[in-house]
Design a protein around this ligand. Structure first.
Ligand SMILES: Nc1ncnc2c1ncn2[C@@H]1O[C@H](COP(=O)(O)OP(=O)(O)OP(=O)(O)O)[C@@H](O)[C@H]1O
Length: 241
């Protein structure tokens, strides 16, 4: 099976070589299509840097990144911009919805900005898929945190991204809403074959994924397939001690 995302010996250095920091150090990783990968590790271990390099938001110092079959390592800005619009989707901790726009308008807005035509039907379909068919006319303040995050997921999904990147997608949610959002992500992987790459600090969230990779000091140091909350928490505690 071809991978949706591949990192080959990726290093990302910040600052001058003598005094700088290797935020990522020789990381190789393959995420097959239709799988959900969680990235964990202590604070400062390189999780966000990995996500940003994988999504084409940051450039690697050495190594290669192949996203949806395309080597993006040395791609020019114009290609990366196009890629961000059409090939990847992003979901962040704080939803990043526009408060003056309705849920439907929020979902359609980035696509419109990118000059991509989306029909009202497309918007309604994707909102229905996240269980918000009856909330399209509501503004963010009229929605719960979990509902706002589901609007953000619908917004990311409308371009049918090859990879959905999520940075602490449940970090701002109560446990009930977090469960709903995680259930939705699981459903997207299982029924639509969506590929997800997610950063989280929470073992219970990581245990929803198919695999968990662990970073420490920029290096990929461990991996769990079919993770349980207990196993994830134990491995993480070992890295943090
Ligand atoms: N722009 C930058 N300039 C210099 N150092 C940086 C820069 N960005 C990140 N770093 C360093 O690279 C390392 C990895 O940072 P990164 O944000 O990827 O870690 P993280 O695992 O996501 O951390 P956290 O869990 O605290 O968000 C850290 O030591 C950080 O200080």
């Amino acid at each position: 099976m071809r991978s949706a995302l591949e990192l080959h010996q990726v290093t990302r250095f910040h600052g001058p070589k003598s005094t700088g920091v290797a935020a990522l150090d020789d990381v190789s990783l393959s995420c097959p299509h239709g799988t959900w990968t969680a990235i964990m590790g202590p604070s400062g271990s390189g999780k966000s840097t990995l996500l940003h390099c994988a999504a084409g938001l940051d450039q690697v110092t050495s190594g290669r990144v192949v996203l949806a079959g395309r080597d993006i390592t040395t791609a020019p800005d114009s290609v990366l911009t196009e890629l961000r619009r059409r090939t990847v989707g992003f979901v962040f901790q704080n939803f990043n919805l526009i408060s003056s726009l309705t849920a439907e308008q929020n979902v359609a807005f980035p696509a419109k900005l990118a000059g991509v035509r989306v029909s009202r039907n497309d918007v309604r379909e994707v909102l229905a898929a996240v269980g918000l068919a009856d909330r399209g006319g509501h503004r963010p303040r009229e929605l719960s945190g979990g509902q706002q995050q589901r609007v953000a997921i619908a917004r990311a999904m409308i371009s049918r991204p090859a990879v959905l990147f999520a940075d602490e997608p449940t970090g701002a949610l109560d446990s009930g809403s977090a469960r709903t959002v995680l259930g939705l992500l699981r459903h997207m992987v299982r029924t639509a074959g969506q590929t997800i790459v997610m950063v989280t600090h929470d073992p219970a969230v990581a245990a929803g994924a198919d695999s968990v990779i662990f970073l420490a000091d920029g290096r990929l140091v461990d991996r769990l397939d079919r993770p349980t909350v207990h196993d994830v928490a134990e491995r993480l505690a070992k890295l943090e001690s």
